[in-house]
Ligand binder design. Structure first.
Ligand code: PLP
Length: 399
């Protein structure tokens, strides 16, 4: 049974461990029901072909972290490093570009078999009626929508919650989007964006969730994210035993369930304590909306309601759900920096959740000295001042 060896990792000094232990850890274990592999990789070919044609596309690295493996007492830990993807510091453009493409193609009545590249889409948009992409966001999704809109030559309007850090708002505005900050949380922003689009004849909703909104976009977002699982599968020479995935509305979690379909791979969802809406929904056996304040340092995961598009895929597939506090995320960010990865709050959350689970409930995840673990580190530094305050200056790798 693995035990943390703090000496194997400098960031895990006794103080850090003590702080982690003082934090609450919520853990829900399940018997997942997963379909056996349907033969080959599931990531949809048209989405991957479209993404490969985007300027600057490259698979993100899967980094081996032997120090972390040693510290946790397992055979191998690999970190899927999404700190830079398509020119932005998070994985989100994978979903936004594919969903945005499909949504604009549909709005303009074009044939998706013919308009298959971003250049062809931009040319079609230039000849078409006015169009504005509208997105609710807790940060990364909206920034990607703003960038995609600029790439294809249309306007973007991004709705953000009250608690969003100024640096993240500035980053969205610098992509050329108008930003509307509402007096509410992320779920309120989702509802507000949907209402805006209902009133705007030229508006097109590009949301990564579906709460109360009937459209296909969130499903296309999931298809776009499936590339991450496919790349993990292509980079690894063995089947991962455990994969930890951060969960906001669950779109990424659904994509990983689909694109790493082998039932022997156990999937673990990670959420903030304040916004563990998927964990609560799984426990209740139905989709729940959490009442009250859902804000946490892990802004991308601060969602009070799972996506209706993701929920039916996620609910049966995950073997465990972990909910952690901000101290765990901060410890995880420090460990990532120790490993030479500038990981933001959500990335730190996944690392911190694994540390906390191994330390506090060592048997729960079924890890052994022979286990191989993959962590999906979904964001880099999206708020430089916040990062510096939490872990010290960005980009300072281990000496
Ligand atoms: C950095 C980061 N990680 C993870 C997630 C969670 O993805 P999802 O909302 O699809 O569950 C988000 C969502 O915004 C995010 O920004």
């Amino acid at each position: 049974m693995p035990r943390i060896d703090p000496a194997a990792l400098r960031a895990l000094d006794p103080d850090t461990l003590d702080r982690l232990r003082a934090e609450e850890l919520r853990l829900l274990l399940r018997s997942p029901v997963r379909d056996p592999p349907a033969g080959g990789q599931a990531a949809p070919a048209p989405a991957r072909a479209f993404q490969r044609g985007l300027p600057g596309f490259a698979p993100t690295p899967l980094r081996d972290a032997p120090e972390l493996a040693r510290a946790l007492g397992v055979a191998r830990v690999s970190i899927k490093d999404e700190s830079s993807r398509l020119g932005l510091p998070a994985f989100k453009m994978l979903g936004v570009a594919w969903a945005g493409h499909r949504a604009v193609v549909a709005r303009l009545g074009l044939d998706p078999e013919r308009v298959t590249s971003v250049e062809a889409l931009a040319a079609a948009v230039a000849d078409g009626p006015p169009l504005r992409l509208v997105a609710p966001t807790d940060g990364n999704h909206g920034r990607a929508v703003a960038r995609f809109a600029r790439t294809i030559g249309v306007a973007a309007h991004v709705v953000v919650p009250a608690a969003m850090r100024p640096a993240r708002i500035t980053a969205i505005a610098e992509e050329g989007a108008s930003v509307e900050q509402i007096d509410g949380n992320y779920d309120d922003a989702v509802a507000h964006a949907a209402e805006t689009v209902r009133r705007g004849p030229h508006d097109l909703l590009i949301s990564d969730t579906t709460n109360g909104v009937e459209d296909a976009v969130a499903g296309w977002v999931i298809e776009g994210y499936e590339t991450i699982g496919a790349e993990i599968d292509e980079a690894l020479d063995e089947r991962p035993e455990l994969v930890l995935v951060p969960i906001g509305v669950g779109g990424l979690a659904a994509a990983i369930a689909r694109s790493l379909p082998d039932p022997r791979t156990r999937l673990v969802g990670v959420e903030p304590l304040e916004a563990a809406s998927t964990m609560a929904s799984v426990a209740a056996g139905r989709l729940l909306m959490l009442p009250g304040d859902t804000d946490s340092m892990m802004a991308g995961l601060s969602c009070g309601t799972p996506s209706e598009a993701a929920w039916p895929i996620v609910a049966p597939a995950y073997a465990a759900h972990l909910a952690i506090g901000d101290a765990a995320a901060r410890a995880g960010m420090r460990v990532l920096r120790e490993l030479g990865i500038a990981g933001g709050e959500c990335s730190g959350g996944v690392v911190g959740a694994l540390l906390q689970a191994v330390d506090r409930a060592p048997a729960a995840l079924g890890l052994t000295a022979g286990s191989t673990v993959v962590l999906i580190a979904t964001e880099g530094v999206t708020d430089a001042d916040g990062y510096d305050a939490l872990v010290g200056p960005a980009g300072v790798a281990r000496d």
